[in-house]
Design a protein around this ligand. Structure first.
Ligand code: NAP
Length: 288
C-alpha cells in the first residue's frame, strides 16, 4: 500500500480563497476583520511564525497588525495593552505569540484576552465551551486537523482515534474535537506503558510529541490514517515530523507530510476564527 498524502497546503489554499471572498463581502458591509499579533523579543522561530500569520492576513484581506515589544517588557504593560485591545472595536482577534519570556505568566496573559477575541482558542472559557459543545473559538491546530480529515471525505464517527501527546494546545483539544465528531478516543503520553498496543488499534493516529522519527511503521495499523503534527528541525536545517515518513507511507492509507501538512491549516483556522469573530461582533446588525 502507498498512502495518499493529505496536502494541508492545498486544502488551506482552497479555504483561504473562500475566505478572501467572504472578507470582500464583509467589507461591503463596512466590516474589516482585524487581528493584532503581539510578539515579545526576537526569537527567530517566533518571528518567522508571526510574519507568516501577517502575510496570510494580508492575502485574504484581514487587517493584520503586528506589535513588537522588547523581551524585557513588564507583564503589567502587556496586560495593559491587552486590556486596550479588548476595548478596541476594530480589533476582532488578539494573539500573543508563545512562548513568553520567563518573567511573564502565560496563564495570566491567556486569561487577560477577552474570550470574544481569543482567536487562538486558548482561553479556559473557550475550552469549556468547546468541551460542552457550545459556540466557541476552537484552537487552531486541532481545528485544522479535523478540517483536513473532513476535506478528504474521511468519516470520523465511530473511528478509533489514538493521540500521542496531551498538551493543552494540541493533544488534549484534538482528542476533544474528535470526540465531538463521535470518534472513540485514546490518549497516550510519556507515562503510557503499552503504547504500541494502543497505536496499532488506531484507525486515525495523531502524533504530537515533538521528536523526529519517533513513530515507525511498527506503531501503525495497516490502512490507518496518520496525522503528523510534529515540527522538528534536522541538523541540515530541514523540517521533519514525528513520524518516519517513508516507512509510514508503506503502511498507512493517508498521511500528512511535514512541512505542508498540519502547519498551513493552523494559520488558516486562525484566519477563519478572526473572520468569525468579526461576524459575531456584528451579529446584532444582522451579519451571519
Ligand atoms: P508538548 O507540549 O511538548 O507536548 C508533547 C507531548 O508528547 C506531551 O504530552 C508528552 O507527554 C508527550 N511525549 C513526550 N515524550 C513521549 C514519549 N516518549 N511517549 C509518549 N508521549 C510522549 O508539545 P506540543 O506543543 O503539543 O507540540 C507537539 C509537536 O507539535 C511539536 O513538534 C510542535 O512543534 C508541533 N506543533 C505543530 C503545530 C503546527 O501547526 N504544525 C502546532 C503546534 C505544535 P507528557 O504530557 O506525559 O509529558
Amino acid at each position: 500500500m502507498v498512502a495518499e498524502l493529505i496536502k494541508g497546503h492545498e486544502i488551506a489554499n482552497t479555504k483561504r480563497e473562500q475566505m478572501k471572498m467572504e472578507v470582500e463581502q464583509l467589507s461591503k458591509q463596512g466590516i474589516v476583520p482585524g487581528l493584532v499579533v503581539i510578539i515579545l523579543g526576537e526569537d527567530p522561530a517566533s518571528q518567522s511564525y508571526v510574519r507568516g500569520k501577517q502575510k496570510a492576513c494580508e492575502k485574504v484581506g484581514i487587517d493584520g497588525k503586528l506589535i513588537e515589544l522588547p523581551e524585557e517588557t513588564p507583564e503589567s504593560d502587556l496586560l495593559g495593552l491587552i486590556d486596550q485591545l479588548n476595548n478596541d472595536d476594530s480589533c476582532h482577534g488578539i494573539l500573543v505569540q508563545l512562548p513568553l519570556p520567563n518573567h511573564i505568566s502565560e496563564k495570566a496573559v491567556i486569561e487577560a484576552i477577552s474570550p470574544d477575541k481569543d482567536v487562538d482558542g486558548f482561553h479556559p472559557i473557550n475550552i469549556g465551551r468547546m468541551m460542552t459543545g457550545q459556540r466557541a473559538f476552537l484552537p487552531c491546530t486541532p481545528f485544522g486537523i479535523i478540517e483536513m480529515v473532513k476535506a478528504k471525505g474521511i468519516e470520523i464517527g465511530g473511528k478509533h482515534v489514538v493521540i500521542i501527546g496531551r498538551s493543552n494546545i494540541v493533544g488534549k483539544p484534538v482528542g476533544q474535537l474528535f470526540l465531538n465528531e463521535n470518534a472513540t478516543v485514546t490518549y497516550c503520553h510519556s507515562r503510557t506503558t503499552n503504547m504500541k498496543e494502543m497505536t496499532t488499534q488506531a484507525d486515525i493516529l495523531v502524533v504530537a510529541v515533538g521528536r523526529a522519527d519517533f513513530i515507525g511503521k511498527e506503531f501503525i495499523k495497516p490502512g490507518a490514517i496518520v496525522i503528523d503534527v510534529g515540527v522538528n528541525r534536522k541538523e541540515d536545517g530541514k523540517l521533519t515530523g514525528d513520524v518516519k515518513f517513508e516507512e509510514a507511507m508503506e503502511i498507512a492509507s493517508y498521511i500528512t507530510p511535514v512541512p505542508k501538512g498540519v502547519g498551513p491549516m493552523t494559520i488558516t483556522m486562525l484566519l477563519h476564527n478572526t473572520i468569525l469573530s468579526a461576524k459575531w461582533s456584528h451579529q446584532a446588525e444582522g451579519v451571519n
